[in-house]
Design a protein around this ligand. Structure first.
Ligand code: NAD
Length: 330
């Protein structure tokens, strides 16, 4: 099947070409899909977007008009695609249901450890010859309460790691996960989890009901000095409210791999540009905030699985089979 791979980087090409082994006609394009660029997909029956491609109503209408029938997402999350519109237009949307929950869980842990033990500050200090320990005091994670909001695949992988480190794990989810219960995760309400945890990690999908689930009111419920980690989607957190909670020193630290307005910012080099997003820039001024550019998924194993599943999705669709990876609005 002829497929345009948008927002593609050299690593996408490397892993997809290896998984494809010549079965499908893959064309790699660095540009991301938006209303301005949607015509690059003209004549492609399949398009393979990433999370920074904007698949809103306007883009989907252009794709449908120009002959696209299939979107094979290189992601688990699909909040960047207007699924009801795709359905109305007869475009099938398939995703990578899961690749490596370990990649994201281990990255969330790395943000916790880095923030708690101030590794990001120590790295810069030592390079400048400053070997003072002042300002670098952390706490043992052993015996501390860590709250996991969303105990699905990634939340459970994190619960397993934290259990092994001797943490007391609290969980919050609309569904209780038996594997987490077997590990001793104590399920509680979101408000209770926020007030009792020294570290909180978000592992929810971005849905209308989870949009800004961490807002000013919820931030006020977080135990003073606690660390907040978000490796899920930026829209889960109200960023101006987060900045207000950092300015009052209510939060001990924040680790963000995702940002609500990341679509025009992330996966690009802006080192010679002026960044006009003042909210993003303000976040970077706090010594107790670590921002990374949506890299939690970025391991060799995850890229191999994403590529293999994407090729399988293309093959299943072209041979008229359902893979179970189709995304539906209901
Ligand atoms: P999952 O579907 O296995 O788990 C999500 C959990 O959230 C489920 O248990 C679900 O019941 C729960 N949930 C849904 N709505 C809820 C609500 N309102 N309140 C409480 N719980 C709720 O998903 P996953 O594979 O663990 O991934 C979680 C998220 O991580 C994805 O949706 C994606 O946005 C994000 N992600 C980020 C990266 C990255 O590189 N940063 C990579 C992969 C996934």
């Amino acid at each position: 099947m002829r497929c345009l791979v948008t927002s593609s980087r050299h690593y996408d090409r490397e892993f997809l070409d290896a998984a494809n082994a010549g079965r499908h006609d893959l064309v790699f394009e660095e540009a991301s899909l938006s209303a301005r660029t949607a015509l690059i997909a003209q004549g492609f029956p399949a398009v393979c977007p990433f999370v920074d491609d904007q698949l809103d109503d306007e883009v989907l209408h252009t794709l449908a008009r120009e002959g696209t029938k299939l979107l094979v997402l290189r992601s688990t999350g699909y909040n960047h695609v207007q699924i009801p519109t795709a359905e109305q237009l007869g475009i099938t949307v398939m995703r990578v249901r899961d690749y490596s929950p370990h990649a994201v869980a281990e990255f969330a842990l790395s943000l916790m450890l880095c923030l708690n033990r101030h590794v990001h500050r120590a790295y810069n200090r030592v390079r400048h010859g400053n070997l003072l320990l002042d300002g670098l005091l952390g706490f043992d994670m052993y015996g501390k309460s860590v709250g996991i909001v969303g105990t699905g695949k990634i939340g459970t992988a994190l619960a397993r790691i934290l259990h092994g480190m001797g943490c007391s794990v609290l969980g919050c989810d609309v569904l209780r996960n038996p594997e987490c219960e077997a590990l001793g995760v104590r399920y509680t309400s979101l408000d209770d989890l926020l007030s009792q945890s020294q570290i909180i990690s978000l592992h929810l999908p971005l849905l209308p009901e989870t949009h800004h689930i961490i807002n000013a009111e919820r931030l006020a419920k977080i135990s003073p000095g606690a660390l907040l980690i978000n490796t899920s989607r930026g829209g889960l957190v109200d960023t101006p409210a987060l900045i207000a909670a950092l300015k009052t020193r209510h939060l001990g630290g924040v680790g963000l791999d995702v940002y609500e307005e990341e679509a025009d910012l992330y996966f690009r080099d802006h080192s010679d540009d002026i960044i006009y997003d003042d909210t993003f820039e303000r976040l970077l001024t706090f010594p107790n905030v670590i921002v990374t550019g949506h890299q939690a998924f970025f391991t060799r194993e995850a890229l191999q699985t994403i590529a293999a599943t994407t090729i399988r999705n293309l093959t299943d669709y072209s041979e008229g089979r359902s893979s179970g990876n189709e995304v539906r609005s209901k």
